[in-house]
Design a protein around this ligand. Structure first.
Ligand code: PNS
Length: 162
């Protein structure tokens, strides 16, 4: 049984993330979509809100389990018995940081492999930060996130602008 982890901040989950999760679920027997619980990143959505959005977005995928983690990704991999870390790659500009993380993880645990998956061309421009920026100015984000995520973003900005 091949178990993989697809980690990230998912603040919030976008169609780009959903696409990687869907394609991963076809390749691996089990995929843990793992949300990093890291206060340093100053996320817009709480862990609970993000977990809820991820679970709702991926509920159609039976071999996906959503979880959160604190600390090192390789420790989570060990705990979940996962030998593969999946990362989506959008552009060459991301490569440097991603390869740094992949090498670090290999040094920490050489039983874990990082596999890069190219994002679908139609989502290659998409990022959670851009979605938040567009939403903050009341722009249309229907092409970027599912409708329940769009709703959450709108409500968040109403709260912030109160
Ligand atoms: O969506 P992101 O923010 O690009 O994801 C980055 C993430 C969460 C995969 C990465 O920062 C992570 O796993 N951090 C946990 C701490 C850790 O293991 N660091 C060492 C090598 S990355």
């Amino acid at each position: 049984m091949t178990i993989a982890i697809y980690p990230g901040s998912f603040d919030p989950i976008t169609y780009g993330h959903i696409d990687i999760a869907e394609r991963s679920s076809k390749i691996f027997d089990k995929v843990f979509v793992a949300l990093l619980n890291n206060k340093e990143k100053n996320p817009m959505f709480s862990i609970e809100e993000r977990l809820d959005m991820i679970k709702t977005s991926l509920k159609h995928l039976s071999n996906i389990e959503v979880c959160s983690y604190t600390g090192l990704l390789v420790d989570l991999a060990k705990e979940k018995n996962a030998k593969i870390i999946i990362r989506g790659l959008r552009a060459v500009s991301e490569y440097e940081h991603e390869i740094q993380m992949a090498h670090t993880n290999t040094i920490l645990n050489d039983e874990v492999e990082t596999l890069f998956m190219t994002t679908d061309l139609k989502y290659s421009y998409l990022s959670s930060s851009l979605v938040k920026e567009v939403a903050s100015f009341g722009g249309d984000i229907t092409h970027f996130v599912p409708d329940f995520v769009e709703e959450k973003l709108k409500n968040k900005f109403v709260e912030i602008n109160k």
